[in-house]
Design a protein around this ligand. Structure first.
Ligand code: IPM
Ligand code: MN
Length: 358
């Protein structure tokens, strides 16, 4: 830890994004003060409001600037007045691709005091991590449309995987499983019975790499449909799951629900390569109907901040934030749902910051 001073780009974004990010920044400042590092926050106003005002989504100059920061902290992108796809593709996906954030890391962990819809399951049962490939698959943008708007309209969108893209994701997943050091089990989630080309590639690459480079890691396989069943029936079976972009998108929303919902679920878009810039976000959306009411749950954003510190190597501070969040869920909040926490957004942020400082 030579230079413990970080430049963090902050993109609060739309809706409740700015409210939850403000609480996250509060907690990050408390952690920095306590653990002796410094953070320089640089604000960017990308999102639906700026797009409506200026027509601009994410200029190339901003991407060049963002390539130089230590990490990006994102609130939420999504605006009720902007048709679906524009902001998502123009800002969020553009950032993931431009910064080559090829890992989407999504822990599914039930904290004490948090209600899960899964009957008879508790924090000892729900604690796994999904590693979602984040730049390929159906998200690669391969395909097109012809005869648009006519009865003959034809549309294709093709899932694309390269061996290189699969291998680098798998290597990260194996290393992560080793470092996590729990059950040392990595489950490949795929669909090898139908998507024989793409998940055939994943499966071969998975076993080849595992056998050669990670003999200490146990390898399991589950079809994606069965995976959703087991998330509900036997979540305790899982340690680390690695999967493609589209399946990962879907199963992590289910994962978020079993860990208590969008109020707590956080994720990291990670470029693990040397000099890579990663981006951390609460995985929920911009929740327009709660905007400006000081009722939204900021814990997901706070947990995203915690993941950011972990990725920057500030493990002690990250751990302190997690402990503080667990104290808040375990001893304070009535519910994780917006408006039902028993506290306001800012009060929740204050409590976490205070517990971090103590
Ligand atoms: C997510 C979101 C995004 C995705 C959307 C907003 C483009 O659902 O981060 O999971 O599909 O990846
Ligand atoms: Mn999603």
């Amino acid at each position: 830890m030579a230079n413990r001073s970080y430049n963090i780009a902050v993109i609060p974004g739309d809706g409740t994004g700015p409210e939850v990010v403000a609480e996250g920044v509060k907690v990050l400042k408390a952690a920095a003060a306590k653990f002796g590092f410094s953070i320089n926050f640089i604000d960017y106003d990308f999102g639906g409001e700026r797009y409506k005002r200026t027509g601009e989504l994410l200029p190339d100059s901003a991407i060049e600037e963002l390539k130089k920061v230590d990490a990006i902290y994102l609130g939420a992108i999504g605006h009720p007045d902007v048709p679906p796809g524009i902001l998502e593709k123009g800002i969020l996906l553009k950032l993931r691709f431009a910064l080559d954030q090829y890992i989407n890391l999504r822990p599914v962990k039930l904290y004490p005091g948090v209600e899960t819809p899964i009957k008879d399951k508790g924090p000892e049962d729900i604690d796994f991590v999904v590693i979602r490939e984040n730049t390929q698959d159906l998200y690669a943008g391969m395909g097109g449309v012809a005869h648009f708007g006519t009865p003959q309209e034809v549309a294709t969108q093709t899932a694309v995987y390269t061996r290189f893209g699969v291998d680098r994701c798998l290597r990260y997943a194996f290393n992560y499983t080793r470092k996590r050091n729990k059950k040392k089990t990595l489950t490949l989630c795929g669909k090898t019975n139908v998507l024989t080309y793409i998940y055939g590639l994943w499966e071969r690459a998975f076993h080849e790499m595992g056998e050669k480079e990670f003999p200490d890691i146990k390898r399991e396989y589950a079809h994606v449909d069965a995976t959703t069943m087991w998330f509900v029936k036997n979540p305790e079976w899982f340690d680390v799951i690695v999967t493609g972009n589209m399946f990962g998108d879907i199963i992590t929303d289910l994962g978020a629900m079993i860990q208590g919902g969008m109020g707590i679920a956080a994720g990291g878009n990670i470029n693990p390569d040397p000099g890579g810039v990663s981006m951390f976000e609460p995985i929920g959306g911009s929740a327009p109907k709660y905007t400006g009411k000081n009722v939204i749950n900021p814990l997901a954003a706070i947990c995203a901040g915690q993941m950011m510190l972990e990725t920057l190597g500030e493990d002690e501070a990250a751990n302190a934030i997690e402990q503080a969040v667990m104290k808040v869920t375990g001893t304070k909040l009535k519910s994780l749902a917006a408006g039902k926490m028993g506290y306001s957004t800012t009060e929740v942020g204050d409590m976490v910051a205070r517990f971090v400082a103590e």
